[in-house]
Write a protein that binds this ligand. Structure first.
Ligand code: FAD
Ligand code: NAP
Length: 365
């Protein structure tokens, strides 16, 4: 064990209730819990946990995770703050903004608009932290983080669970290309799954507003300014999506599937009204339509259910009163929906949130 890994981290707490740390409000406890506000504190805590071979669960706002049970290791909540603007001397319209991973994403979007920095307006009101945004390459209303990300900086953990981590390790930079961002996907869900802790994110924003208006109802706006685009998206989201503080949820529970053109042609023959969008590798189908068509919208299963206005959103009706059976009910509901969609449409829906289990394992299938 490296000397610097033996120091018991200040602010470390034991047997901590983390129900309020996940927006599904699923009851769970962390054996160890630390909210780290600096890179040094983070590195020290990672080194300490690694030296004891404790599984690490990195949490931001908990708005894209399903906690299936207690976490036997360390839950590390990222609280690193800070925002720093740098103008590109070669191109005065282009601005680099470095942001601490623990900053709130929506607050960052509002702040960027106040600074007259553009590019994030379509991504308003997405819950969670800045550091989690690259993990699934957050996207909404025709914009994905991918088109605004320059790089991330963070700590890379050795692949072997038993390998130590040096508390004096330096931050490693990964360019946007190295992050291998895709549709709700990145390297952090594959090769670097659970092995890269993002400490700061560098965005590339513009001083000139270039609207992205492909999605309805943005496509009906006439020469909008950034504030109007942001307000339109925000109001639409507020009208369609349940507020996790009122009805706990993690947003979309399933990704939109992409099928090949032959599969789509067969479906279109049978379902003339099936919506579709071109995608790089085939045809994208709205998962919400598939789930709705199978009759799931608004249905309940024990204390959980499918939201009555948005079939992609699974909700915890019991809220803070949810018991330990709720996570199992939720995953059983998701599995029943997946089975129905597969049976009816021949389409395998993939889960969007990451599931963290009692054994220290995690999965998103
Ligand atoms: P968490 O849930 O805490 O973590 C998510 C994953 O990222 C976990 O695997 C965690 O280990 C990892 N992680 C978190 N922080 C770090 C870090 N610093 N370093 C390394 N790994 C980290 N998503 C969209 O893409 N588009 C949307 O429009 C959208 N709308 C939503 C609406 C609602 C109402 C809700 C509840 C969710 C929505 N989401 C959406 C999903 C979610 O908000 C995003 O995925 C968000 O980026 C998650 O941030 P978080 O901080 O809560 O991450
Ligand atoms: P919607 O407008 O009802 O459309 C349903 C789906 O069709 C969307 O998921 C979207 O795919 C796709 N779509 C619509 N117009 C499109 C276009 N012009 N080009 C390509 N694809 C198009 O969707 P919604 O549920 O209200 O969500 C609106 C946006 O917010 C979407 O981008 C959605 O991804 C995002 N959102 C995400 C979450 C989450 O948790 N991940 C939660 C709420 C909202 P895409 O999803 O690929 O964009």
């Amino acid at each position: 064990m490296p000397d610097n890994a033996s120091i018991y981290p200040a602010n470390l707490r034991e047997h901590v209730d983390v129900q309020a740390c996940n927006t599904l409000a699923l009851p769970a406890r962390a054996r160890y819990f630390l909210r780290a506000t600096t890179a040094t504190e983070l590195a020290g805590a990672i080194a300490w946990a690694r030296a004891r071979q404790l599984p690490l669960l990195v949490l931001g706002g908990g708005s894209n995770v399903v906690l299936r049970g207690d976490w036997p290791g360390l839950v590390l909540q990222i609280g690193v703050e800070g925002r720093y603007i740098e103008t590109d001397t070669g191109n005065p319209d282009s601005v680099r903004v470095t942001v601490g991973a623990g900053e709130n994403w929506h607050v960052l979007v509002q702040w960027s608009l106040q600074q007259q920095l553009y590019g994030l307006e379509n991504l308003t009101l997405i819950p969670g932290t800045v550091g989690a945004a690259p993990i699934q390459n957050i996207g909404a209303y025709g914009v994905e983080l991918q088109s605004r990300l320059e790089c991330v900086r963070g700590f890379e953990l050795p692949a072997a669970d038993s390998a130590p981590f040096d508390a004096n390790a330096k931050l490693i930079e990964l360019s946007a290309v190295q992050c291998r961002l895709g549709y709700r996907d990145s390297i952090f869900k594959h090769q670097l799954r659970g092995r890269f802790v993002i400490v700061e994110v560098v965005l590339r924003l513009a001083r000139t507003f270039a609207p992205v208006l492909d999605y309805p109802p943005l496509n009906t706006l006439h020469a909008p300014d950034a504030a109007l685009v942001e307000r339109t998206v925000r109001e639409l989201r507020q009208s369609k999506l349940p507020d996790p503080a009122v009805l706990p949820n993690v947003g979309s529970f399933f990704k939109n599937p992409v099928v090949d053109s032959a599969h789509f042609a067969a479906l279109a023959k049978q379902y003339a009204d099936i919506p579709s969008y071109p995608a790089p590798s085939g045809v994208k189908l709205p998962a919400a339509w598939l789930v709705d068509r199978c009759g799931w919208k608004g249905r309940r299963h024990g204390s959980v259910g499918v939201h009555d206005r948005q079939a992609l959103v699974l909700v915890n009706h019991a809220g803070a009163a949810a018991d330990r059976a709720a996570a199992g009910e939720l995953l059983a509901l998701a599995a029943a929906i997946q089975a129905d969609v597969l049976r009816v449409f021949g389409v395998q829906l993939e889960l969007e949130p990451t599931i963290y289990g009692e054994q220290g394992s995690d999965s998103s299938r």
